[in-house]
Each structure stands twice: as structure tokens, then as C-alpha cells.
Design a protein around this ligand. Structure first.
Ligand code: MG
Length: 497
């Protein structure tokens, strides 16, 4: 291999190791760090972030990337140079002062958001949010973009995605989901209420979660499960994948589906290519593809009748009194209850995407100057009524509910719904390739699906871009039909609409 590429890879390994340390202390902060550790931890994080930026933009590495772009590279070498050049190019275009100002504004905005949410008063957050929007616009202008400005924001989370391609998919989704939600709302049944909100001792919930994770094929020699306030999966490396969940003693679905969701992310991390560890080619593709792995397991498997055919008897063994008289029909209905709600993170499989579409539309309007920061609460409430038939009684249950904007995370939300679309399209293909998938799930044989996902998606790392991956695995571009068909079939049957 060419000498310049060897030197380039030495730099890349060092960057990966700094990233490794950042992930680990970040995980620790969310799990075991005592509260007073926060000040020094923030300093250490700042130092590591600065070090990472300095190494990424070091003149030596800039020169190497430039040299290598003039060389014909193949396979992983081409992917690595392409991805580092992308990241480096972006870092070089944003002046240090702007980075510092954005980071300072974000930490103040976070404090202001917490206070605004507690007091349910958007005006306390408004000036700092406006400042963030202004700075993010400046970043977008510096980095450059084609088409609308939102592309620059989206690209940070879903590389190579284009707003122009997402808009028609989300519009189609909205046009089919709004009437479905309305039809379901007219049906006056609350299937099997009361099954899930009983006392479920936490130790047994944990036993159940670990069992399902192991059945899914999550390797506990290369990962672990802990508790955190906001559940997440952190891939420190492919052999050290840390999942978290949260337990509630009187509400079963939170920990159970949370654990399945994070284990779906975890399988992706553990399944990344072994021969490309610590390189861009060996990393996951995008947030949307990552989310497809968690949603596929959580919803298409974990909320399926086939899954509960196998697991309900096991659940009954753990919780005999709570579930004594509950049959599969009642349990399946209970874990699939659809009801419009004000809060995104509490939403079901159907209404969830309308929460995302609303945020996506507002972000685009904001950055295209069609909506001002001050108008956000009113426009939010209006669209909630239009899409979900509910009007938030206050800002805390409306525009102030999510942390994302206070952290400058504009462009992040659409990756959640993209994840659902990818998941449905992949799942459809898995059903074709594994002719007895449903039977396998009914028998608790989850390994076939895991192996399919490993081979088709995980082991490819980021050698293919998200759009190319979907094409390679399913033979067609990302398409909203698979997801809407899946939802309509499942919930029409459940609700008889
Ligand atoms: Mg997730």
C-alpha cells in the first residue's frame, strides 16, 4: 500500500482513539458519574474535543488527504479518504471563533431551555434559540450546500441525504397517516387497558430484558446493559457496546421495548466489519440506518404477534399474578395501543411519525425564514391540532418538550422517521429472503434475522452510502410505501378500521 496512505492511517487510528476516550467518558457521565463530577468532566470533554479538532485539521493530515485525493484508490482506502476528507473539509471551513461561540451559546441555551420548560414559558428560551439559529445559518453558509439551506443541517446527521428527496416521502406518509389516526380515534375501544400498568418488579423486568437481548444474539462478552435516565446505545468499539435502559415498577413497556430498541442498535455496532475496526469504512452509515436497526427489532419484531406467541408464556412465568388471565390477543393489542398524545417520546408506532414530520417542517420553515423563532409556539400548536387533533395546553407540552434544539440539533429529527422507512423496507426484504421468518420468530429463533442483518447491513460498515445500501439490499430506492402499507395492514386489522 502506498506510503502516504499508511501515514494517513496512523493519523486516523489516533483520531479513533481520541473518539474512543470521548465515548467512554460520555457513557460514564450518563451512568455512574457522581453528580459533583460534572465540572471536571465538562473540562475533560472540552479538551478532548479540541484535541480531536486540532489533529483532524493538522497541516500534515490536510496535506496527506490532498495527496491521496490525487491517487486512484480502491475499496476501503477510497472510503476512508472520502469520509475523512468530508469531515476535515467541514472542520476547516468553520472558523474556531464560530465553533466556540456556538458551543458557548448551546450550553447557555440548554440551561435556558431547562428553566423555560419548568416554567412552561417559551419566552425564556426564545433569545438563545434565535441566537443558535443565527449561528447555525452561518455554519451552513460557511460549509456550503446545494438546494435549500436545510441540506447543510441534515448532512450532519444523515450524510448525503437531500431534503428534496425526503419531502415527498414525508408528505406521502402524512397524507396516509392523518386519516388512519382519525379512523382509529373514532373507534371507541381501548384494547386491554390495565394489563401493562400494574406492578412489575424491576428485578424480573431486568431478567426479561437480558433474556431477550441474548436471544437476539447480543454478545454480553462484548457489551453490557446499565441504567440511565435517557436510554441510549454507545458503541465504544465493536467489542465494547454499552446499552442503557430505564425501569418503571408500574409500567412494563418502557424498559422492555427500550431494551429491545437499544439492543437493535447494539447488534449493529457489534456486527460492524472486524477488518475495518477504528476506520470510517468500519463505522455505521448514518443515524437513519442506525435507527432502522432499533425500530425493526422494537416494532416489527417486538410488537408482533409472532414474537408474543413465543414470549408471552415466558412473561407469564416471570409475572404469574399480573398476567394470569391475559391471552395473546389481549397482550398483542395492549402493546399496540394507538392514541394521539402531546409528547413525542410517549407516542405509538403510528402517531410518532406525525410528531417528527411536524418538527421537520418547522425546522425547514425556520431556516428558510418562512417562520420566525417567536412564531414557533403558535405554529406548533396549530399543526398539532391539524395532524393529531390535539392542542397543547402550554409550551412545556408543546414546543419546549424536546432537548434537541437547545443543543443545536436541527436536522436530527428526520432521521427518526427515515429509520422507520428504512426499517420497513429492510423488513420486507428479510421476509422475502427468509421464507419462514414469521415461523422462526414464533419459535423464538431470532438468530436467522440477526444473521441476515449482519450480512446485508452491519458487515458492510459505511462502504456504501445510505441510499446505495438500501438499493443494494432491497433493489430499489427508499420508498414510503413499505412503511405505510405495514402500518395500515397491522392497525386496520387490530382496530377493525
Ligand atoms: Mg434509537
Amino acid at each position: 500500500m502506498n506510503k502516504a496512505y499508511e501515514m494517513f492511517m496512523t493519523h486516523i487510528a489516533e483520531l479513533a482513539d481520541i473518539g474512543h476516550a470521548q465515548s467512554l467518558i460520555g457513557w460514564d457521565q450518563e451512568t455512574y458519574m457522581p453528580p459533583r463530577g460534572v465540572a471536571m468532566r465538562a473540562r475533560a470533554q472540552g479538551t478532548l474535543a479540541g484535541l480531536y479538532h486540532q489533529r483532524l485539521t493538522a497541516p500534515e493530515l490536510v496535506a496527506l488527504v490532498e495527496d491521496l485525493q490525487g491517487v486512484e484508490l480502491e475499496g476501503d482506502a477510497a472510503v476512508n479518504v472520502r469520509e475523512v476528507s468530508r469531515e476535515q473539509g467541514r472542520a476547516l471551513k468553520i472558523p474556531r471563533d464560530l465553533v466556540v461561540e456556538l458551543s458557548r451559546t448551546e450550553s447557555m441555551a440548554h440551561e435556558a431551555w431547562v428553566e423555560a420548560r419548568e416554567n412552561s414559558d417559551f419566552r425564556l428560551f426564545e433569545p438563545l434559540l434565535a441566537k443558535i439559529v443565527e449561528l447555525k445559518k452561518e455554519v451552513a453558509d460557511r460549509v456550503g450546500y446545494e438546494g435549500e439551506i436545510y441540506n447543510a443541517l441534515l448532512d450532519e446527521y444523515e450524510p448525503y441525504a437531500r431534503t428534496e428527496e425526503i419531502v415527498p416521502l414525508f408528505e406521502q406518509l402524512r397524507e396516509r397517516l392523518v386519516p388512519l389516526v382519525e379512523r382509529i380515534a373514532e373507534v371507541d375501544i381501548f384494547p386491554a387497558q390495565g394489563i401493562l400498568d400494574q406492578e412489575y418488579p424491576i428485578a424480573a423486568q431486568e431478567t426479561l430484558g437480558l433474556q431477550v437481548m441474548e436471544d437476539m444474539g447480543f454478545d454480553l462478552e462484548a457489551g453490557r446493559l446499565d441504567r440511565a435516565v435517557h436510554p441510549f446505545c454507545s458503541g465504544i468499539s465493536r467489542d465494547d457496546v454499552r446499552l442503557t435502559t430505564r425501569y418503571s415498577a408500574d409500567w412494563l413497556p418502557g424498559s422492555l421495548f427500550g431494551t429491545i430498541h437499544e439492543a437493535g442498535h447494539g447488534l449493529y455496532e457489534q456486527g460492524l466489519p472486524e477488518d475495518a475496526v477504528g476506520t470510517p469504512a468500519g463505522a455505521s452509515v448514518s443515524l437513519g440506518i442506525h435507527e432502522s436497526q432499533s425500530r425493526l427489532w422494537e416494532n416489527m419484531i417486538g410488537r408482533s404477534r409472532a414474537f408474543w406467541t413465543h414470549y408471552l408464556p415466558r412473561l407469564k412465568a416471570l409475572f404469574p399474578e399480573q398476567l394470569e388471565s391475559v391471552d395473546i390477543d389481549a397482550f398483542y393489542a395492549a402493546v399496540n395501543q394507538v392514541e394521539s398524545s402531546l409528547i413525542r417520546v410517549e407516542a405509538d408506532e403510528v402517531t410518532y411519525n406525525l410528531h417528527i414530520i411536524l418538527r421537520f417542517e418547522l425546522e425547514r420553515d425556520l431556516f428558510a425564514d418562512r417562520v420566525s423563532v417567536g412564531d414557533l409556539p403558535a405554529v406548533w400548536n396549530e399543526r398539532m391540532e391539524q395532524y393529531l387533533g390535539l392542542r397543547p395546553p402550554d409550551d412545556a407540552q408543546g414546543v419546549l418538550q424536546d432537548i434537541h434544539w437547545s443543543m443545536g440539533g436541527m436536522g436530527y429529527f428526520p432521521t427518526y422517521t427515515l429509520g422507520n422507512l428504512y426499517a420497513a423496507q429492510f423488513f420486507n426484504q428479510a421476509q422475502k429472503d427468509l421464507s419462514d421468518l414469521e415461523g422462526q420468530i414464533e419459535r423464538g429463533e431470532l438468530g436467522y434475522l440477526k444473521t441476515w442483518l449482519n450480512e446485508k447491513i452491519h458487515q458492510r460498515g459505511s462502504r456504501l452510502r445510505a441510499g446505495e445500501l438500501v438499493m443494494e439490499v432491497t433493489g430499489e430506492k427508499l420508498n414510503a410505501d413499505y412503511f405505510t402499507d405495514y402500518l395500515e395492514a397491522k392497525f386496520s386489522a387490530l382496530y377493525g378500521v
